[in-house]
Design a binder for this molecule. Sequence first.
Ligand code: PLP
Length: 436
Amino acid sequence: MSKGQDGAGLHPDTLALHAAFRKDASTNALAVPIYQTTSYQFDDTAHAASLFGLEKSGNIYTRITNPTTSVLEERITALEGGVGAVALSSGQAASAFSLQNLARSGDNVVSSTDLYGGTWNLFANGMKDLGIEVRFVDPISPENFRTASDSRTRAYYGETLANPKLRPFPIRDVSRIGDELGIPLIMDNTAAPLLCRPFDLGAHIIVYSLTKYIGGHGTSIGGMLVDSGRFDWSKQGGRFPTLNEPDANYHGTIFSEAVRELGPIAYILRARVVLLRDFGSALSPFNSFLFLQGLETLPLRMNRICANAQVIAEFLREHPKVSRVVYPGLETGKAREQALSVLSGGFGGLIGFELTGGIDAGRCFIDALKLVCHVANIGDSKTLAIHPASTTQSQLSPAARLSSGVSDGYVRLSVGIEHVDDILADIGQALSACGG
Ligand code: PLP
């Protein structure tokens, strides 16, 4: 690898194509090969022992590392300005591991209320079953994070641009509180890759669902954890026993000490050699290859998606059958300043809007769409729409639905890269077809 391809001085557009791989060492292949192998032959018993003892780095078994997946991990590490990453089989696995790497039964995490529904359920119920309490607070007041913290608080958690409110998370303010109290901030940046670099704003760990914008083509489920290396775990000794005390999961290793020679990678190393090894949520090499393909065009797609979304949000704002549009790029005054303090280069591809005709108009609108696809996903190259009140939030009572930010006539769009005039024409005809 030549100088600069580790991230020094190159633009994200270039890193997305070149970081961490120049050519295959054995074949000179220019594309990253798919190493579809479960295991790797050891040179001899001494070599095997040194790999198991973490004295040498190298591949043992694809559940733990794989050369194709390593390029994906290193490329995203370079894009985020971190020190290491672990690819996982889904975004859900990444959210779960991000907490489990720090919190045990009896511990707690303070999380934003504004979360993807699957994460909310994992935190409110799944983590509770494991004895980990997740305390939900409204990020509108960052001080809520301080108030909810105590000596067993192991992390703060937020989403950069969470549905349906699409209010950019106050990363700087919450990470500042965390820095004062010795608590790291984990950010799910799924909805804003490249638009937000959470480490630059003070976050310590990033969670991704690769399934969305990074994959970009609706073909693969995957997730990733990225470590900034900026949190000094050993300084907060008692707060982080998983990293500062002998770990029975790994023959008594104290991770913050074991990495002295390797750099500040205690968190991400433990996520791999304990959580990924034991719970096994490994990404397949083939999916890593597809995510690498997606990553190559991510900068171009994000530009186009943001430009399209801005035009569509402005169109919806002026439409008589639309009573409200939620899109950070429409904000003015202080709200715009806040959005700009978190996002740069665009306001993302998610738009929420409310039809004046309520639930019937919402259903009718979705059924009348001809180009825009009706799916429960975001971040595809194709424009996607869903009516949460009749699908994802249909099992909630009307009151609970409203408090989650979803009214009866609310529609969510995930804007794609089609020609904007074609998207506008489809949305326009669907609005005309429905009452309200
Ligand atoms: N985080 C966010 C913000 C999401 O939108 C999603 C999925 O929709 C996830 C995490 C979970 O990712 P996955 O579906 O890859 O498990």
